[in-house]
Design a binder for this molecule. Structure first.
Ligand code: UDP
Length: 323
């Protein structure tokens, strides 16, 4: 298929593009490079630097490329930042996304695959979390993604645009070539590995008084190559709807730090800090629908393998894409 990928220079997008190309698809990456990196774009893909907040540009681009499918990764995705700058999240993730989906409809795109998030649920009434749970986000990031999920439902009903929306749990790990490099790193695993690399003196733990066994937040970490595979399965013509993507097992912040220390062989000094606003205590997926309906089979479900692939990438790219 001819696939148009927004955010293909970003962390999850870069690995999905690599897997799409390996599977024989033709890929055009569209990315404004504010968060992404040019060198994270697989050399086999076409690349356009652009921003979908420019409505005319995204319309003319999709008219000329005429893709079969759009995979939409590009978004602002930091819970903490969304609590201090909600406007940035609603403008880009909802307003910009609307430009893109309108352009997709106008260009006759058949399938729209969307990166949503477990943050659309807010603190769940039960774990593991399946797709039937009520969605009550507690931060603007999750709310912006939920708003776009609703737009997808209306556009399927009114324009006949098929969609698959994935609620990612915590994306982690790396492929041999592409890994996680944010210019300002806020995510747990890369922050801890930067300590192991000697680039930071310590790792901060945001909150030790959560109602969890060791007092720190629990998350479900999922390898990005497994996320990428789900996107390829979503391109099948008869697939549509919402899917939660995680491994069904939760690890606390302290457990993740211990695994990183074991894999890297380095001590990880920690400093305990107050809670980060907007963080639910425990998010763990039930991915049964993706497993049964899409035929999705995670290849790297073990947290040790996820951290190992991330550590190997960081060892080979100590300054990320800066080199
Ligand atoms: N976290 C932490 N120290 C860090 C980064 C993150 O304690 O340096 C915690 C964060 O508060 C959350 C968990 O680790 O409970 C996962 O955070 P991350 O930012 O990686 O992903 P999120 O769950 O926010 O998408």
């Amino acid at each position: 298929m001819n696939v148009f990928v927004t955010g293909g220079a970003g962390y999850i997008g870069s690995v999905c593009v690599e897997e799409l190309l390996n599977a024989g698809h033709t890929v055009t990456v569209f990315d404004n490079l504010t968060e992404g990196h040019r060198s994270a774009v697989d050399t086999r893909a076409a690349f356009i630097q652009g921003d979908f907040n420019d409505r005319d540009l995204i319309h003319s681009t999709l008219q000329s490329i005429h893709p079969d499918a759009v995979i939409h990764f590009a978004a602002h995705a930091l819970v903490g930042e969304s609590m201090t700058n909600p406007s940035k999240y609603f403008r880009n993730n909802v307003g910009g996304g609307l430009n893109l989906i309108d352009a997709a409809v106008a260009a006759g795109v058949r399938k729209f695959v969307f990166s949503s998030t477990c943050a659309t649920f807010g603190p769940p009434d039960r774990v593991p979390m399946d797709e039937t749970l009520p969605q009550r986000p507690i931060n603007p990031y999750g709310e912006s993604k939920l708003m776009f999920e609703k737009i997808l439902l209306w556009y399927r009903q009114l324009h006949g645009l098929d969609f698959v929306a994935f609620r990612y749990f915590n994306a982690a790990g790396a492929s041999a070539q592409f890994g996680e490099h944010h210019r300002i790193e806020t995510h747990l695993i890369p922050n801890v590995l930067q300590v192991a690399l000697g680039q930071k003196t310590h790792c901060e733990i945001y909150g030790t008084d959560y109602p969890t066994p060791d007092g720190t937040c629990i998350r479900d970490y999922i390898h990005i190559a497994d996320l990428a595979q789900a996107h390829i399965l979503a391109l099948q013509p008869d697939k549509t709807g919402f899917y939660n993507l995680g491994n069904g097992e939760g690890f606390s912040v302290r457990q993740v730090i211990d695994v990183c220390s074991k894999i890297s062989g380095k001590p990880i000094p920690t400093v305990e800090k107050p809670r980060r606003p907007g963080d639910p205590p425990r998010l763990v997926a039930s991915a049964t629908r993706a497993l049964t309906d899409l035929g999705w089979k995670p290849r790297y479900p073990r947290i040790e393998d996820i951290v190992s692939t991330a550590w190997n990438w960081h060892l080979r790219h100590p300054t990320g894409y800066a080199d």
